[in-house]
Design a protein around this ligand. Structure first.
Ligand SMILES: [Ca+2]
Length: 365
């Protein structure tokens, strides 16, 4: 790794990032871009020419309460990472569940999760007892986010957030706020902004929290006086539980049940529902009483759901056709971490497999 020290930081980030197997194929084009950009990125002040420079600088000072010195120092040392913008602008792949699930539901990941669960059992139990969030959910999030800490990202958070704050207009306000929160976090935690590494979108550590969420929800769960998401699984475990509790986790309530869809017939013999669209939730934050869904043909495979219980119908595409679930509000709470239904399902299934030691994935929810 010592040879990397002589390369510009932006290129090192690219090389480190490219070690992640999922983006290996984009390496050649990224390298070309970075090598051409060496002279530009080797000098400080990549953002000073931006038309928004003064506006962002003033916002960071006035709204976030940073000092001019803190802001000027950070911005003059931040580098523009064009590849980050290119990656953010790439249309998202519309994967189906049958392609998505195998990325996370792997025997090796489950085994790793089981070792992690053994090593940190004390903190997992403590977090569940204190916040009511099941250990399986915490384990699922840590597995899907970073494979239990092994893929935390090696991109300079300062570079990533500054790049997105200045060069990604679609979500500029969001990333400008995260940049301000990040600099405040650095001040509070005594970090040097240039030393912090994370994902290319600015998420940090085992649980991949954005800086604003770290400031709002992070806990020093091992009581060593610091919040440390890159090295402390305990802080990560406690903080995930705290976050989900604050987002409305319902104590002792299920996440959901596997279901099947049946077209139903009315008393006149006419089919009432032949289309499963009628039972699939448009918006998970607007659950409806289960009694309404049951009349339209969504039935739990096993178990009982109270007709008055607010639920949602979920459909994901499996290898051999659609799969259905009836989900309780706790499933929606998982989607506050990442809005994708497939994400929440992967978290639930992976965490359950880890907790049950089900390496063959014989009994997934
Ligand atoms: Ca700590």
């Amino acid at each position: 790794m010592t040879t990397l020290k002589h390369l510009p930081r932006s290129l090192i980030s690219v090389l480190n990032y490219a070690n992640r197997a999922t983006v290996g194929r984009v390496l050649p084009s990224l390298l070309t871009v970075s090598l051409l950009g060496v002279s530009a990125t080797a000098n400080a002040g990549d953002f000073e020419q931006s038309p928004d420079f003064q506006l962002v600088r003033q916002t960071l000072i006035q709204q976030h309460g940073l000092t001019a010195l803190e802001v000027d120092q950070a911005l003059s040392e931040a580098h523009r990472l064009d590849w980050v913008v290119n990656l953010m602008n790439k249309p998202g792949e519309s994967k189906e569940w049958y392609d998505y699930a195998p990325m996370f539901l792997r025997r090796a990941t489950i085994q790793k999760g089981m070792r992690f669960a053994d090593n940190y059992a004390h903190y997992l139990q403590d977090a569940e007892a204190r916040y009511g969030v099941p250990q399986a959910v915490i384990l699922g999030i840590l597995g899907v986010e970073t494979g239990y800490g092994s893929n935390q990202g090696k991109v300079s958070t300062l570079d990533a957030l500054a790049t997105l704050a200045f060069n990604y207009p679609r979500r500029a306000d969001y990333f400008r706020n995260e940049l301000g929160e990040f600099l405040l976090l650095c001040r509070e935690q005594g970090w040097s902004p240039q030393s912090v590494m994370g994902s290319y979108a600015g998420a940090l550590g085992f649980p991949q929290f954005m800086p604003s969420n770290i400031r709002k929800y992070a806990l020093d769960f091992d009581h060593d006086g610091h919040i440390d998401f890159t090295r402390s699984p305990a802080d990560s475990i406690g903080s995930i539980a705290h976050y989900l509790a604050e987002k409305g986790w319902q104590l002792d309530q299920p996440i959901g049940l596997r279901a099947r869809f049946e077209s139903s017939q009315g008393e006149d013999g006419n089919v009432r529902t032949s289309n499963d669209e009628a039972v699939i939730a448009k918006d998970l934050t607007q659950p409806i009483r289960y009694g309404v869904l049951s009349m339209k043909g969504l039935i739990p495979r096993t178990g009982y759901v109270d007709p008055a219980q607010p639920v949602n119908g979920i459909r994901l595409m499996g290898d051999s056709g659609p799969l259905y679930w009836i989900t309780y509000p706790n499933f929606q709470v998982i989607t506050t971490y990442n809005r994708s239904r497939m994400y929440a399902m992967a978290v639930w299934q992976l965490g359950t497999a880890v907790q049950n030691g089900d390496t063959d994935m014989q009994d997934l929810p």
